[in-house]
Write a protein that binds this ligand. Structure first.
Ligand code: FE2
Ligand code: FE2
Length: 136
């Protein structure tokens, strides 16, 4: 089974807590992909999707806490990216639970691409700031 997303050093933002959480997000996303690729039913996919959403919410709360603690100037824009993704993911979860939609390769790719772009841009900028200000 090919992993949907493989960790590489370009994904490191240099703040240990954030990097560790990102690795865990990648793991859960790969678990969801494996379950989908092996044709697992909603009974398996549903809980993994729930895990992904729950862990994402706690990770976002962690970053937003760091931003507030450090009076980060990019807080509002960064938080909006988080909020938009949460909304998309929760909508997906509701549709999945009602049987209105199934998980697809496209959805998994969307999540992978979102995470990659967000980590390498928005989170990297936050990481640089935290290192400079010695927050984290
Ligand atoms: Fe973020
Ligand atoms: Fe992040």
């Amino acid at each position: 089974m090919t992993a949907l997303m493989t960790w590489n050093s370009k994904l490191d933002v240099g703040v240990a807590g954030i990097d560790q959480q990102h690795r865990k997000l990648v793991d859960i996303l790969n678990r969801l992909n494996d379950a989908m690729q092996t044709g697992r039913g909603a009974d398996v996919l549903g809980p993994v999707l729930d895990d992904l959403i729950k862990y994402t919410a706690s990770h976002f709360a962690f970053e937003e806490g760091l931003m507030r603690k450090s009076a980060y100037p990019g807080y509002a824009a960064h938080k909006k990216e988080h909020d938009d993704l949460v909304k998309t993911a929760v909508d997906l979860q509701a549709k999945f639970k009602s049987g209105e939609t199934r998980l697809s390769v496209d959805v998994l790719r969307f999540l992978r691409n979102w995470l990659t772009t967000h980590i390498q841009g928005t989170d990297r900028t936050l990481g640089v700031f935290c290192i400079e200000k010695k927050v984290a």
